[in-house]
Design a protein around this ligand. Sequence first.
Ligand code: PMP
Length: 405
Amino acid sequence: MDINKIREQFPILSIKIDGKSYYYFDNAATTQKPQKVIDTVNEIYSLQNSNIHRGAHYLSNLLTDRFEQARIKVQHFINAEHREEIIFTYGTTSSINLLSYSFGEAFVGEGDEVITTELEHHSNIVPWQILCERKKAKLKYIPLAKDGALDIDRLESLITPKTKLVTIAQVANSTGSVNDVKKVVKIAHSHNIPVLIDAAQSIQHMKVDVQELDCDFLAFSGHKIYGPTGIGVLYGKKEWLEKLPPFMGGGEMIDRVTMERTTYNCLPFKFEAGTPNYVGAIGLGAAIDFVNEVGIEEIASYEKSLYDYALQKAEENTNLLIIGPETGKISVLSFVHKSIPSGDLGFFLDKWGIAIRTGNHCAQPAMDFFGVPGTARLSIAMYNTREEVDYFFEKLKEAELFFGV
Ligand code: PMP
């Protein structure tokens, strides 16, 4: 992987703020966009814009075609068996809300149970809490173990005949831990329970193959994999999606509407009410092309060596308490400084052009487990470098001097 060539393709990486370079380590929140994605979005708005699907004219047909091509790119990227298993949403949150509503309407009743984990992002907790409240069902959690990793072995004992669905993130945004989702699928399937995987923090860092994982549903956001904001994906096995009712009603999701009743469109359109974010979807297709050109395996191995480097530097600083398990993490380095509050540290580093995120990372139950209100989080992407990591730790040392540590 030629890191300089990659960096050249991200215009934002060469901006200066107050004359200083910008060191972007907030990639778990959102990734920057390569020129290819920017050009694609620009081209559509400049030269091709038109609403899709119902048009009788050239541009509408062109963009409908590009939109459906983007769907096929996503299909191949995650190795889904069928094109219609890819539903475009507005992001991971939107995908999970779609599923929790729709699956919940069809399959969750009073006294039933859904299982999530203590390590989830709020977007894989709150929609299930809302569902459970609506249906008088119960939400259970795979707990974190002492070592800071999920205790996946506890899943078996949490499952009862009332369990309807299990959901888990493949990679935790608050700690970077990689969860053994394959094992979760195996255990759940041995009880005929479907599994949703939140791939928001894995899709950009590792090969995600839905057939190999054998998951029933999977969600991710375009903006975290170098694509535009406002576009996301819900993958679902066709046999499941066919059984689920629509989430939102409106245009495009219908087959026939009379004043009395409506019959619904086929998959995937049944779940894509209204004008979809076709610009975002086509932009996501361009992002996937970009990732494919670099190679997801190359990205994974480059990021691993950079991550290991950063982790080792962090471990050398005895003032840092690294959050999460010791091993089995990628991309996210989450820590608390023994003497400097995370917010103050973030503020200091920002003055030196370093962008990290501080706070609870929308994972308050996990923060409660670790006994901290929040952490400082450095998260890497394919364009980060060792020099940037060195700069970060140099400025961290300066912060310690500044705060009198
Ligand atoms: N799940 C995880 C693990 C995440 O990291 C995030 C974003 N931080 C989300 C879900 C929600 O993604 P979005 O805000 O793009 O909907």
